[in-house]
Every structure is written in C-alpha cells, then in structure tokens.
Ligand binder design. Structure first.
Ligand code: SAH
Length: 352
C-alpha cells in the first residue's frame, strides 16, 4: 500500500515535474482516510470527542440553543463535516434528543469520503437515520446547523515560499530516490497572502477550505443557520510552515511513506472569515476552545458526571483539563462560527 502510493507520486513527478504541496497532500490524504483505522488509541491521532463524551454533549447543548435562536424551524439540517468514528454526532444526538421537538425537526447529514469511517459512523448512530454525502454539493437546501471539528485541518492547502520579494509555490520533487521540498513559479498567487516576507518564509493558503466555507456560508446566507468550526488554528495573515505528519501519536516525516501518516495544517480563521464575508454571511470568533467550552458550562457538566460516577471522578477531571486547559487543547484549538439570518451571533464565539 505504502509502496503503491509512493510509486504513484514518484511516477507523477517523473512525468510532470514537481507537484504542488496541495496536490501532494491530496495524493496522500485520500488513501490515508479511505483506509480508515486512523483515529483513537490504536490509530494515529485522538480528537476531542474521542477524549470525552462531555465535548459532544456541550456541542449538543449549543445545537439546541442555536435551533431556538434560528426561530425553531420545524425542519432543519444538522450537518457534520468529517465525522470520524462518529463519537461527536452520537454525543450531540444524545443531548438533542432531550428536546423531542428539535429532534423531530432535524435531518442528519454526514459529509464523509472514507468508506471505512462511514461504517464506524453507522455503528455509532445505531438505529438513527442519516444521509451520507461525498462532498457538500449534494447537501439539501433549508436552514442548517453545521459542525466541523478537526475537518478543515485535514484538507489540502497551498503553500508559498518567499524568494526575492515574490511568492513561489511550494512543491514536492525528487532528490535522489527520495522526495524533497522545492518551489516552482506560479502565475496564480492569491492576493490575500501576507505582504513583504523574508526570503524563505512560508505562507499557507487554504484554497479548498475557503471554497467549502464559502459555499456553506452562501447556503446559510440563503436559508439561515450557523456553522461551528473547531480546529487547531490561528488568526492570520501570518507566515510559518504548519504542515505536519503524525503516525501512531508521534511526529513523522511528511515526505516519508506517503499516505501512511496523518497530514494536517493549522487553520487560518481569518481566511475562513474572509470566505464567509464574501458570501454575505457573518463570522464570530475566533475564541479559544477552553473559553468556548467553559462558557457553555463544561465545568458544571464535569461535576455532574463525576457526582454520578464517583469511581471515575479523577479520570473526568483529567479529561476536562485536556479539553480546556491552555497547556493542553484549550488554547491551541480555536472556535469560530459562520452564521446568517440570526438576530445575534451563536454562543459563545464573540464574548457574547
Ligand atoms: N471530526 C472527527 C474526525 C476528524 S478527522 C473527530 O473530531 O473525531 C477528519 C475527518 O474528515 C475524517 O472523518 C475524514 O475521513 C474526513 N475527511 C477528510 N477529508 C475529507 C473531505 N475532503 N471530504 C469529506 N470528509 C473528509
């Protein structure tokens, strides 16, 4: 499998010259996620909903609140982008079903490319109905609440390298028998890249992420609703190379054994905001994950869970700290919302 992906990439470079970092990420990520066994202790990385049920429960409470803020439409789409093993949607639905009117009003739509992860999502949902989509283009019209946790960081990005006051596109070529970074001329330099940068500085452009955020923002602007984005990220414009590979919970070389490690980049929330505004939707945030979850009462939820499960109290405390503490996921992960046709921004992404 590894050798096949490497051989295909090497062959493509041999025929066409260096491929952009964006193309390289695409060639690696598609087979990587398709294989499926990537999330959790036996996989390569762990996500917030896999750490604790509290994460999804708090987002479930957020969904209930936003549905009310939207005027409680009698029918709406609850969409998750990249649901992984389905832990988040399962925990969200457990809370949402506490309000039968909201539960009745919603139709569940999951956007997922990986056949293996779709199976895991089906299992996690039990008897509950859902419709799966290969991409966002087949999502139905109508008011929507959209959730994306660690989705945007899994999309390919374009990288640029500053050379003599101009931006060149970062690419992957051959050096001897191995792959190596290089840079190539491009006529298509995005206007939104940072201005002056020192020679060798790298900037990232989330072209795919912006297109998805923009299309969904347009849907929200037309039909109403909100999208919650939670990811390892920052506010741009900024320079820096955030491309990283993780295999079996440890850092790996992004150019070795392509397709067998998770490749991610940090999300530039400013680029998502720009995409939302261009589609006439609003953006709130970003705030830190710690602030967001705490404002929604995760501390209180932890106390209740611990009181009901005294033998697990210490573990619950540890999980809480992992999710909210600034030296764990609390500060590195950020939260933003794209919303439209609502009187106020959804809680709590703008200090509201
Ligand atoms: N949200 C989950 C999983 C995050 S991993 C969690 O928090 O646990 C990223 C997820 O996005 C995986 O389910 C992966 O298969 C999916 N994914 C990656 N690229 C995708 C794409 N282009 N379209 C749809 N899903 C994608």
């Amino acid at each position: 499998m590894t050798d096949t992906i490497l051989a295909a990439i090497t062959d493509e470079i041999g025929r066409q010259g260096p491929m952009t970092v964006e193309t390289y990420m695409k060639r690696c990520l598609e087979p990587y996620y398709a294989a499926g066994n990537v999330i959790g202790v036996d996989g390569d990385f762990t996500t917030a909903p896999e750490i604790s049920q509290m994460f999804g429960e708090i987002i479930g409470a957020w969904v209930l609140h936003v549905h009310q803020m939207m005027g409680a439409p009698a029918s709406f789409n609850l969409v998750e982008l990249g649901p992984g093993r389905g832990a988040l949607v399962r925990d969200i639905m457990r809370v949402v079903s506490l309000r039968p009117d909201t539960e009745r009003a919603l139709k569940l739509h999951l956007v997922e490319t990986s056949p293996e992860l779709r199976k895991a999502q089906r299992m996690a949902l039990g008897q509950r109905d859902a419709v799966w989509h290969d991409d966002i283009s087949s999502l139905p019209a109508g008011p929507s609440i959209i959730i994306a946790n660690e989705f945007f960081d899994a999309l390919p990005v374009r990288q640029f390298v500053a050379r003599g006051g101009r931006w060149r596109e970062r690419a992957v070529g051959m050096q001897g028998d191995g792959l190596a970074f290089c840079d190539i001329e491009t006529a298509d330099v995005p206007a939104g890249l940072p201005g002056a940068a020192n020679d060798g500085a790298i900037a990232e452009w989330h072209q795919t992420g912006q297109a998805i955020a923009g299309a969904l923002a347009h849907r929200l602007a037309t039909d109403g609703g909100a999208m919650l984005v939670i990811d390892y990220g920052y506010e741009g414009p900024a320079t820096g190379d955030t491309l990283q590979a993780v295999r079996a919970h440890a850092h790996a070389d992004a150019l070795k054994a392509p397709g067998t490690a998770d490749l991610t980049t940090h999300v530039d929330f400013t680029q998502l905001r720009t995409a939302a505004s261009a589609a006439s939707a609003s953006f709130a945030g970003s705030v830190s994950q710690g602030e967001f979850l705490s404002a929604l009462g995760i501390g209180h939820r932890a106390q209740k869970l611990a009181a009901a499960n005294p033998h697990r109290a210490a573990a619950i405390e540890t999980d809480l700290a992992r999710l909210v503490s600034p030296d764990a996921m609390g500060a590195l992960f950020r939260v933003g919302t794209i919303y439209a046709r609502m009187a106020a921004p959804p809680p709590f992404t703008s200090g509201n």
